[in-house]
Design a protein around this ligand. Structure first.
Ligand code: CA
Ligand code: CA
Length: 365
């Protein structure tokens, strides 16, 4: 007996050409969908990679533009080697026509800093606050001379102590301890310079996390100060603009802030008289009417002609001039901020260099 193949109604075991075309169409559509998805995924990956390359490329470009800005600043300060004194009236201290929006390739770079005019401050005694007790801050396009700052490799303990007292809230013990700790950090011996409050190898060796030893040598960067006992981030932030590791330790009387002059032992009244001479009739620093000390030998006589000085003030000033002061600056810090045209991202390079063009410090952000 022959069994008949059972056929479902309306359906045939043999596919018609139309059915086959339908199946092929479905497979084709699926394939297209699959390939499209794959292409999108691959495309996204490629785009991400391209964006990354673009970003890296952009960052490199920004660094190059910032570096070009620093180079121009070095050339600028090198051109000015004839002058025997330096003040805020110097072109390199503030001149937007030179340092603002310098064009480099398809970008721009500006070299600027926050200029703090502390003359208008009515402070008579150290309050430990730099702002906003009366001084004003504005943007200056140019360089900061390192000679307006205290050199932590050279300054005596007493000078650092007074500076810290002025800037850190008048806490005498803390200022003494910190100054002593810096002295012991940089000196070659392992003896404490003062019986209490300071630190030497034994202190740093016993630190719980990552113990180390005292440097026993001059600091190479200011950042090293963070390793010194008691130098926390907060104090560092308040002090960093007033300290340097560059230069011969002499301070430029034309650019030093009040806190620095006070730290040298000038006392409040003498410091104010110097600041008043420097700021001129408009009582603002960095303006055209400023008076400038043009030679260290004439500082006392220049100030005496400007204002009355008592005998003890003359003697103090003469001693301080002899020990600490000059009227010229040799080392400069520049902060270059670069951006590409029509882009928002910026990159910063900070450098310290001298008039000979030697680069002493370089940091790319
Ligand atoms: Ca020591
Ligand atoms: Ca002025």
């Amino acid at each position: 007996m022959v069994r008949k193949r059972r056929v479902l109604p309306g359906r045939s075991v043999f596919r018609s050409p139309a059915d086959r075309r339908g199946s092929i169409l479905i497979i084709t559509i699926w394939s297209i969908c699959f390939l499209s998805t794959l292409a999108v995924i691959l495309g996204l990956g490629v785009r991400q990679k391209l964006q990354l390359v673009q970003r890296l490329d952009e960052r490199d470009k920004l660094h190059l533009i910032a570096a070009a800005g620093i180079r121009r600043a070095i050339v600028q300060i090198g051109q000015d080697r004839e002058s025997t004194f330096y003040s805020f009236l110097d072109r390199c201290a503030d001149d937007p026509s030179v340092f603002k929006d310098m064009e480099v390739g398809d970008g721009r770079v500006s070299i600027w800093y926050d200029f703090f005019d502390d003359v208008s401050s009515s402070r008579r005694e150290p309050t430990g606050r730099r702002e906003p007790t009366g001084g004003t801050t504005k943007i200056h396009y140019g360089l900061i001379d390192e000679e307006q700052k205290i050199n932590v490799n050279i300054a005596g303990t007493a000078v650092m102590e007074r500076l810290f007292e002025f800037l850190l809230g008048g806490d005498e013990t803390r200022s003494q301890d910190l100054a002593a700790a810096i002295t012991d950090w940089r000196d070659a011996d392992s003896e404490l310079s003062t019986p209490v409050g300071s630190a030497e190898d034994s202190f740093y060796r016993n630190l719980t996390y990552n113990p180390y030893e005292a440097k026993d040598a001059p600091l190479e960067t200011l950042d090293e100060l963070r390793l010194v006992k008691d130098m926390d981030a907060n104090s560092m932030e308040k002090l960093k603009d007033y300290l340097t590791v560059f230069g011969d330790g002499k301070i430029n009387i034309n650019t030093a802030p009040k806190a620095v002059l006070w730290a040298l032992g000038m006392g409040t009244y003498l410091t104010d008289k110097v600041m008043s001479y420097r700021s001129g009739k408009d009582k603002a620093l960095g303006t055209a009417d400023d008076n400038v000390f043009k030679s260290a030998a004439n500082i006392v006589s220049d100030l005496s002609q400007f204002t009355s000085l008592g005998d003890s003030e003359v003697a103090d000033l003469a001693r301080i001039v002899d020990q600490f002061l000059k009227v010229q600056s040799e080392n400069f810090m520049a902060r270059a901020v670069a951006h590409l045209n029509n882009r928002r991202n910026t990159t910063e390079v900070v450098a310290v260099f001298n008039r000979n063009g030697d680069i002493l410090y370089w940091h790319e952000f």
